[in-house]
Design a protein around this ligand. Structure first.
Ligand code: GDP
Length: 444
């Protein structure tokens, strides 16, 4: 994930000042030197770094006194607030046009992830905001672009408007909006053409589409992996076309994060979403405050809670709780639990959202092994229904068969069965404790 180096550096700088009961100007100066280096190393735009350091220094030295925080903590608070401000302050939502449909034009260079993001955004609008978007294939130059959007549309079960590659993109966009009105789509997402570099012809075409359809939003898709180039591309698109927001893709890669920290300051346009993988659900609204918190190792509990809520089915959770109470929890339920956890995303990413987890030495070294989880799944899936219900019937020959079926050594099968047994014991103890507690409560 992006920002790792920056987060490490900033956190160790903050660590030095955190507990200080008195912070002198020299302390702030020393700290700012380190923060400056950390930001430059993360490939943040030079001017942005200078302004940032200036603002933080001014506030950190002559700052208001708060009783609840130590002076060291107050300085950290200032850094966090300024970092949040740098990335845009408030979260910026998607526009809703007073007259339907809301039109969003997707623009960007080839390879930035524009077509993928168009699919992801449609998926987001449908799933998170209950909208009914129409996707529009207006990139008639890249040979596979139309097909790619159609394939994405199929995956998320959404219609894609296309007139092939022989019709002018302006015409395509206009016709698409007519059709969207007829079919009552409330959003229209236009996937436009990209080029390898910004050129006049491309800009002219985009301007013509803009003029013809008067979009409510123009989202520029940029690749975070390209660092300062992404910032330059954003600046140039914004000057020539006027974008309303930025989607930063490939933030799951090992980019140093400079683009994310500079784009808002350089273009004054908000980052609306970030792409965190190739899959269609790997698009997240960008929350400057949460991101600042994550970078400074203060965790991101809100995103964690949202992820849990999104992946846990309430009905299933209730059912599970009942099973635990009545001791009818089986290996199948265990498997279901595992897959719910996996739906939330990579475990080490989740861990980082817990405040302070980044600083816990042990946790840093734990490689949460996704492979191990897959192995457990393979073992359970190699059992028969009866074995999953009543693991006590699994004798030596059954164990051999399960080991063979799952391609795992027999010791792993043993270990899993033992762990499951212990988990059940623990559940029993907990249920007993709860029952006793209830009885005592009733006697009062
Ligand atoms: P376009 O030319 O701008 O339309 O770019 P595409 O949508 O075809 O994307 C180019 C490549 O980037 C594809 O292989 C995508 O799967 C990949 N991609 C797009 N967004 C992300 C992202 O957020 N993370 C990662 N890892 N890959 C992405």
């Amino acid at each position: 994930m992006a920002f790792e180096g920056l987060a490490d550096r900033l956190q160790s700088t903050m660590q030095k000042i955190r507990g200080k009961g008195k912070v002198t100007e020299a302390d702030v100066k020393a700290m700012m030197r380190e923060v400056r280096l950390a930001l430059l190393y993360a490939d943040v735009n030079l001017k942005v770094v200078k302004d940032f350091i200036k603002r933080v220094s001014e506030r950190a030295v002559g700052q208001e006194v708060m009783k609840s925080l130590t002076p060291g903590q107050q300085v950290i608070k200032v850094v966090k607030e300024e970092l949040t401000e740098l990335m845009g302050g408030e979260q910026s939502k998607i526009a809703v046009s007073p007259k339907s449909p809301t039109v969003i034009m997707m623009v960007g260079l080839q390879g930035a992830g524009k077509t993928t993001t168009t699919g992801k955004l449609a998926n987001h609008l449908r799933k998170k905001q209950n909208r009914n978007p129409l996707l529009v294939a207006a990139d008639i130059y890249r040979p596979a672009a139309i097909k790619q959007l159609q394939t994405l549309g199929k995956q998320i079960n959404m219609p894609v408007f296309s007139l092939g590659d022989q019709v002018n993109p302006v015409e395509i966009a206009k016709k698409a909006i007519e059709q969207a009105k007829e079919e009552h789509h409330d959003y229209v997402l236009i996937d436009t053409a990209g080029r390898l570099h910004i050129d006049g012809e491309l800009m002219d075409e985009l301007k013509n589409i803009k003029e013809a359809v008067n979009p409510d939003e123009i989202f520029l898709v940029v690749d975070a992996m390209t660092g300062q180039d992404a910032v330059n591309v954003a600046k140039s698109f914004n000057e020539q076309l006027g974008v309303t927001g930025v989607v930063l893709t490939k933030l799951d890669g090992d980019t140093r994060g400079g683009a994310a920290l500079s784009i808002r300051a350089v273009t004054e346009k908000p980052i609306k979403f970030v792409g965190l993988g190739e899959k269609l659900d790997q698009l997240e609204p960008f929350h400057p405050e949460r991101m600042a918190s994550r970078i400074l190792g203060m965790g991101d509990v809100l995103t964690l809670i949202e992820k849990v809520q999104a992946s846990v089915d309430e009905e299933k959770a209730k059912e599970l709780e009942k099973k635990m109470r009545t001791m009818s929890f089986t290996l199948d339920d265990f498997l279901e639990q595992l897959s719910q956890v996996r739906n939330m995303g990579p475990l080490d990413e989740l861990l980082k959202m817990i405040p302070g987890a980044g600083k816990m030495k042990g946790l840093n070294n734990i490689q949460i092994d996704e492979k191990q989880i897959r192995h457990v799944e393979a073992i359970i899936q190699s059992m028969t229904g009866e074995e999953k219900e009543k693991p006590e019937i699994i004798n030596a020959s059954r164990k051999r068969r399960i080991a063979k079926g799952s391609g795992r050594p027999i010791q792993e099968v043993n270990r899993l069965l033992k762990q499951f047994e212990e988990m059940k014991k623990m559940m029993k103890q907990m249920t007993n404790m709860q029952k006793k507690g209830k009885k005592r409560g009733a006697l009062k």
